[in-house]
Design a protein around this ligand. Structure first.
Ligand code: WQD
Length: 337
């Protein structure tokens, strides 16, 4: 029998790519998404790519009765929990909203999972939990904390909550995945990252400049102690990231305990290296100017990804050219969408 996986936030950027890879690996997929930062058409696109159907509920994960209903209707083997607010700047302006939504939804979900004796959970965490640590590459056993915004702190708190949950009940199997900087899109151009309004993150911004929706990129600082003075990050193709979830799931289904994995390539690129790779691969100019540093940014962040490679047998296969090409391809297909 194929296993059934509940994916919260399954129509979002990382969630939708993970649904595709789950379906490709013969899992049944049930998606919960309240469309707060996604569109229902993503469901059709997931189905078009895979030729398979998903069950979709337009429900908030904070709505305990409705989550119970979903568990009553289907036998769920494991949950991948992507749903959450993720805009760093907005989280500084609206901390209560971020703490309430991100933490409440996780508490509701875990409580209902407990009631239905479904105790396998993968949680979307972030490299942001390493805070302002400068000792790169980041390893999973580093001390976490020192987060610089409520979004990051909500991820950190949830990691603590999940650890406490396991301490209280050793029947749980919990995998915490710390993402570095996901970019790129499915090669079909049907699903990708499409933030509302002016993007905060680098690749959506560059892509919107490339398709003429924004005038020029502002590069936040060129006086960091890095190869060319601009910030260095570990960019990872979203399809590689999605496959990391499939590998983590297959291990989790047979195991208990809390496991933490970095999902990054282990290699850092500077902002200018990304901009130049985008220009070269897509043969399109990206006008940019250097402005002052963005507050809260660290100079360098990249993963030590040996643990995921060793324990999950996961290996990212896409390079920077694939990432910038697939990002641009998605934006060209979804201009002004
Ligand atoms: C990357 C680099 C910027 C925009 C954030 C969150 C993290 C995770 C992913 C999300 C930095 C520079 C950016 C621009 C620029 N959360 N930059 N001009 O900050 O590493 O990570 O997003 O859901 O928790 O903190 O990613 O893409 O914003 O920035 O120069 O217009 O690009 O300074 O060096 P970041 P990013």
């Amino acid at each position: 029998m194929n296993k059934t996986i509940l994916v919260t936030g399954g129509l979002g950027y990382i969630g939708s790519h993970t649904c595709v890879e789950l379906l490709n690996n013969n899992y049944n997929v049930i998606v919960i998404d309240n469309l707060s930062n996604s569109k229902e058409s993503v469901k059709d696109n997931i189905e078009a790519i895979t030729g398979k159907k998903i069950i979709f509920y337009n429900v908030s994960v904070c709505d305990m009765e409705k989550i119970r209903d979903i568990f009553r209707k289907s036998k769920i083997d494991a949950v991948i929990h992507f749903a959450g607010y993720k805009a760093v700047g907005e989280s500084v302006m609206k901390p209560l909203l971020y703490y309430q939504n991100n933490i409440d939804s996780t508490l509701v979900l875990c409580q209902v999972m407990n009631e239905f004796n479904c105790k396998k959970l993968i949680f979307s965490s972030s490299a942001t939990v390493y805070g302002n640590n400068t000792n790169v590459p980041f390893r999973e056993d580093y001390k976490v904390g020192g987060t610089t915004n409520p979004y990051g702190t909500s991820k950190l708190f949830i990691e603590h909550i999940l650890n406490d949950l396991y301490i209280s009940d050793n029947e749980w199997g919990i995998t915490i995945l710390r993402y570095f900087n996901p970019i790129g899109a499915h090669k079909s151009g049907l699903i990708g990252e499409n933030p509302n309004g002016i993007p905060n993150n680098l690749m959506p911004y560059i892509s919107k400049v490339a398709v003429g929706e924004l005038k020029e990129l502002s590069i936040f600082g060129n006086d960091y102690d890095t190869v060319d003075g601009t910030g260095v990050r570990d960019y990872i193709h979203v399809v590689d990231l999605a496959n990391g979830h499939v590998k983590a799931l297959s291990k989790l289904l047979d195991n208990k305990g809390v496991s933490i994995y970095n999902l990054g390539t282990g290699k850092g690129y500077s902002v200018l290296e990304i901009v130049n790779a985008f220009i070269k691969e897509n043969k399109i100019n990206i006008p940019y100017k250097i402005v002052s540093r963005r507050s809260g940014d660290v100079a360098v962040s990249y993963a030590d990804s040996t643990k995921a490679k060793k324990e999950l047998g996961w290996m990212p296969i896409y390079g920077i050219e694939d990432m910038v090409r697939d990002s641009y391809n998605f934006y060209r297909n979804n201009k002004n969408d």
